[in-house]
Design a protein around this ligand. Structure first.
Ligand code: F6P
Length: 315
């Protein structure tokens, strides 16, 4: 019997369960594969904590948020390393792994591939910051959630004639801020790719107020004012050595209120953006990615399977 392990690692995101379902359906039904689900990402692989994933276990899960397998930010290259991963595959009789993850997870998967371990990587993140993909699943859902929340901030801001700031996630990329900011008609959209000065932001805010509007600012968590350092509120590093971001919203709240004299409130949308059910778009994209493993595997030649990054097309 051919057998594959599946794991979800790094930040969860809407659509992960649809990938698991797509992979299991495509693998079991069309190709006779058996699946094992590792709990909590690479931790489960290293500690051999796994559950069988028969077809019946993935029934109806594509609409569910989060991940049925659990996740963690365990870095396999740090915690026991490549030999432990190899041993886990061998002990469980696995031909390879399907690793569903973002930047950190896929960097580790790539390293494992380079060392001869069979891994297929599935790009996953709300941040939409992975190369060779046009869109990552989870992004559309996060933008939808952020847009709904920011719409609410706008109505309370208008009632009180306040400047409202929404800090959104995205790690080093401004995609969530850009899309949710455009969708909500924000007066300033601040993204890390395009630093601007406090004077410029203040001018946009003041101009909106002078036109009778309640200024709305959407800021990405990694945004830094021109000439300043990012991130503003370092909260240490994660296990992949990347800074934990957050804090720019509060900082702007103080600074903008001081410079413009407009009463200002900041809201950090945080993990709300990662939770909940995937949008229809993300369910379809994630299912396609799960199913795509089988097309890619057939084209893989010799040695370890290549890291698979599905180039996604417009809907
Ligand atoms: O990569 C997804 C993401 O949600 C980023 O947007 C954010 O910076 C980070 O993860 C938060 O990580 P954690 O859930 O570990 O706090």
């Amino acid at each position: 019997m051919k057998k594959l392990g599946v794991l979800t690692s790094g930040g969860d995101c809407p659509g992960v369960n649809a990938v698991i379902r797509g992979a299991v359906l495509g693998g079991e039904v069309a190709h006779g594969y058996e699946f094992l689900g590792f709990r909590d990402g690479w931790r489960g692989v290293l500690e051999q904590d796994a559950v069988p994933l028969p077809r019946r276990s993935v029934r109806g899960i594509s609409r569910l948020g989060g991940t049925i397998l659990g996740t963690s930010r365990t870095n396999p290259l740090k915690n026991g390393g490549i030999d432990a991963v190899r041993e886990s595959l061998q002990r469980n009789g696995l031909d390879g792994l399907i690793a569903i993850g973002g930047e950190g997870t896929l960097a580790a998967a790539k390293e494992l591939c380079d060392q001869g371990v069979n891994v297929i990587g599935v790009p996953k993140t709300i941040d939409n910051d992975l190369g060779a993909t046009d869109y990552t699943f989870g992004f559309d859902s996060a933008v939808q959630t952020a847009t709904e929340a920011i719409d609410r901030l706008r109505t309370t801001g208008e009632s009180h004639h306040r400047c409202m700031i929404a800090e959104v996630m995205g790690r080093g990329a401004g995609w969530i801020a850009l899309h949710s900011g455009m969708a909500t008609g924000a007066h300033a959209i601040l993204i890390p790719e395009h630093p601007v000065s406090l004077d410029q932001v203040s001018a946009w805010v003041t101009s909106a107020r002078d036109r009778g509007r309640a200024p709305l600012v959407v800021v990405a968590e990694a945004f830094a004012l021109l000439g300043e350092e990012s991130p503003y509120a370092p909260r240490g590093l994660d296990t992949f050595g990347r800074p934990r971001l957050g804090g720019i919203g509060r900082l702007l709240e103080q600074q903008l209120q001081q410079v413009t004299g407009i009463e200002t409130r900041a809201t950090v949308l945080g993990h709300i953006q990662r939770g909940g059910e995937p949008t229809a778009y993300d369910r379809v994209l994630a299912t396609r990615l799960g199913m795509a493993q089988w097309r890619r595997r057939r084209t893989a030649t010799g040695g370890a399977w290549c890291l698979c990054v599905e180039r996604t097309l417009s809907p």
